[in-house]
Design a protein around this ligand. Structure first.
Ligand code: AMP
Length: 291
C-alpha cells in the first residue's frame, strides 16, 4: 500500500495504473475509519483494480461552532485498517495541499439542499461538493463509492455528476449498523455511556415510522395523507423528546427532490431521515422506503 500526501505523487501512481488499463475506485472519507467505511472499501475492492481511499477532514464543509477542531484523526489506526483491507493508495493531504488558494468559486445548489442537513448546516454541501469535485479531478476514478448513511450527500453528488456530465459512476453502499441498530459513525466515539445507550433510538424511530406507514398500506389504501404522516412524525417526535433527546429534524422526503411530501403514494420511493443531538453529538440516520 502506498501512502501519499501530495496531489502530484498521487497523480503519478494513478497515471501508471491507468496506462495498464486498471479500473480505479475512489472512496472519499474523513478518516476515523469504522466498519461503514470498510464496507465502502470492500465494495470498491470487489469491482476495481486500484482502490484509492482519501482521508481528509475537509474544513470547508464544517460550519462555525461545529467539530472541525476536535474531529478524530487516528491516522496510524486508519492506515493499518486500509492495509488490512488491501487498499492500494491512501491519499491524506494537508489542508494547504488541497486549498493553496483562497477559493472564489463555488457550486450553487438549488432545491436539493433546502431541507434535512442542508437546512441545519448552511453551506455544508457547498463544502462537500467543493472537496468531492476536487477529488474527482485529482483521482479521475472510474467509480466513486458513497454510503447511504449520508443520503443527501449521495443524492446531491449524483445530481452534480449528471448535470456536469462527469464521467464517473457513483455507487451507493448501504448503511452498516451496530447490533443494536445504531448507524456506525466516526462521531459515535464522542458519546458518553449514557448517550450511547440512547443513540439507537434514532433507528428505532425510523423503523417505527416505516412500520406505521406500511400498516396503512396493508389496509389496501393507495396513499397516506399529509395528516397521517404528520401524526406519525409527531408521535415519534414526542417519544424521542420524552427521552431527553433534542431533534434537529425528522422528515419524510421524496427520494428524488429531497423535499417533504404532502402524501405517500404506493409505488414511489421516499426517505425517512432523522438528525438528533445526543448530548452534544449530532447524529444522523435514514432509511429508504418504497410501498
Ligand atoms: P465520512 O468519513 O463520515 O465523511 O464518511 C465517508 C463515507 O463513508 C461517506 O460516503 C459516508 O456516507 C460513508 N459512511 C459513513 N458511515 C457509514 C455507515 N455506517 N455505513 C455505510 N457508509 C458509511
Amino acid at each position: 500500500m502506498e501512502h501519499v500526501k501530495t496531489i502530484s505523487d498521487l497523480r503519478k501512481i494513478i497515471h501508471e495504473s491507468k496506462l495498464r488499463g486498471q479500473k480505479v475506485g475512489l472512496v472519499p472519507t474523513m478518516g476515523a475509519l469504522h466498519d461503514g467505511h470498510l464496507a465502502l472499501i470492500r465494495a470498491a475492492k470487489s469491482i476495481c483494480d486500484l482502490v484509492v481511499v482519501s482521508i481528509f477532514v475537509n474544513p470547508t464543509q464544517f460550519g462555525p461552532g461545529e467539530d472541525l477542531n476536535t474531529y478524530p484523526q487516528p491516522i496510524t489506526e486508519d492506515l493499518a485498517n486500509c492495509r488490512k483491507e488491501g487498499v492500494n493508495i491512501v491519499f491524506s493531504p494537508e489542508p494547504d495541499e488541497m486549498y493553496p488558494l483562497k477559493h472564489q468559486i463555488q457550486i450553487k445548489i438549488e432545491g436539493l439542499a433546502d431541507h434535512l442537513c442542508g437546512a441545519s448546516r448552511p453551506g455544508h454541501f457547498n463544502g462537500v461538493l467543493q472537496v468531492v469535485n476536487k477529488l474527482f479531478q485529482i483521482v479521475r476514478p472510474d467509480i466513486a463509492f458513497f454510503g447511504q448513511k449520508d443520503i443527501q450527500q449521495f443524492v446531491i453528488i449524483s445530481r452534480m455528476v449528471l448535470e456536469f456530465n462527469i464521467p464517473i459512476e457513483i455507487a451507493l453502499v448501504k448503511t452498516i449498523r451496530e447490533t443494536d441498530g445504531l448507524a456506525m459513525s466516526s462521531r459515535n466515539r464522542y458519546l458518553s455511556d449514557k448517550d450511547r445507550s440512547l443513540a439507537p433510538e434514532l433507528y428505532r424511530s425510523l423503523v417505527n415510522l416505516h412500520q406505521e406507514m406500511t400498516s396503512h398500506f396493508m389496509q389496501d389504501v393507495v396513499s397516506i395523507s399529509n395528516i397521517q404522516i404528520k401524526n406519525a412524525l409527531s408521535n415519534e417526535y414526542n417519544r424521542l423528546s420524552a427521552k431527553g433527546l433534542k431533534i434537529d429534524y425528522l422528515e419524510v422526503v421524496d427520494y428524488r427532490t429531497l423535499h417533504p411530501i404532502s402524501a405517500l403514494e404506493a409505488g414511489r420511493k421516499y426517505i425517512i431521515a432523522i438528525a438528533v443531538f445526543v448530548g452534544n453529538t449530532r447524529l444522523i440516520d435514514n432509511i429508504i422506503v418504497e410501498f
